[in-house]
Design a protein around this ligand. Structure first.
Ligand SMILES: [Zn+2]
Ligand SMILES: [Zn+2]
Length: 236
């Protein structure tokens, strides 16, 4: 693992089911268990996290390895540093996640509200219920936990939405999940997997910062200009 990479997943997570059965029966002791299947696109990867954050999730979901100028996800800090050296040699401070925790939480707040809308439910109560209903039928979801570097992001997200602080940063396998657990890439990917492919693509590009009330922060004047122009043309 390269230095600084947030890859802390257990090797036993998301094993390809056929390989798991083979392993349990003990018929192939030397079977390689390193490749795991993505439950959205069904290809197998040695590192499902890297694949998921670059292919199925918006760039800011893994904020430490994203470029905050281009809005691209580079998977590892080494790749990000190379990208910054190549593309933003004079503006490296603006490209990194440093001091952008509030922006991350507002972006995630916008994303989760949009996810709730796409799943036809409310935020946060409906989305929390939906997640637990999904976990009840998807028993392969393994228990996991937030990385220590993500604790402050979870805290700020809950504070932004006026919700109770987290009692711990573990994510249980049983249906007792809370709204902030969706900030974890693996849980978020599971929910997004329930959308159709058009909705998944829409969410992949979704980028709206939202405040406590769910109102958009920034760019609001651009959004408002559309309908106003239509009204104007009606009266000409
Ligand atoms: Zn995939
Ligand atoms: Zn960039």
């Amino acid at each position: 693992m390269s230095e600084g990479e947030l890859d802390y997943e257990e090797d036993q997570d998301h094993l390809n089911e056929a390989k798991r059965r083979v392993a349990i029966r003990g018929e192939a002791k030397n079977v390689r268990l390193r490749h795991r299947e993505c439950d959205i696109c069904f290809h197998t990867f040695t590192n499902p996290r890297r694949h998921a954050i670059q292919t199925h999730l918006p760039w800011y979901v893994a904020p430490e390895t994203a470029c905050w100028i281009c809005g691209t996800q580079e998977q590892t800090t080494n790749f990000l540093n190379k990208h910054i050296t190549r593309c933003h040699p004079t503006n490296s401070v603006d490209a990194t996640f440093k001091n952008r925790e509030v922006m991350y939480d507002e972006l995630m707040n916008g994303l989760l509200r949009e996810l709730a809308r796409a799943l036809g439910t409310s935020f946060p109560v409906g989305l929390e219920e939906k997640l637990n209903a999904i976990v009840r039928i998807r028993t392969q979801l393994p228990p996991t936990e937030f990385h220590i570097s993500e604790f402050k992001l979870v805290d700020a997200f809950l504070k932004l939405n006026c919700l109770e602080p987290a009692s711990n940063y573990k994510i249980p396998a049983t249906p007792l999940l809370k709204i902030h657990h969706i900030l974890h890439w693996k849980i978020l990917k599971n929910l997004i997997g329930y959308l159709n492919s058009d909705e998944q693509l829409w969410l992949l590009k979704f980028e709206e910062r939202k405040n406590t009330e769910g109102l958009q922060i920034g760019q609001l004047s651009i959004k408002l200009s559309g309908p106003l122009q239509v009204i104007d043309s009606h009266f000409i």
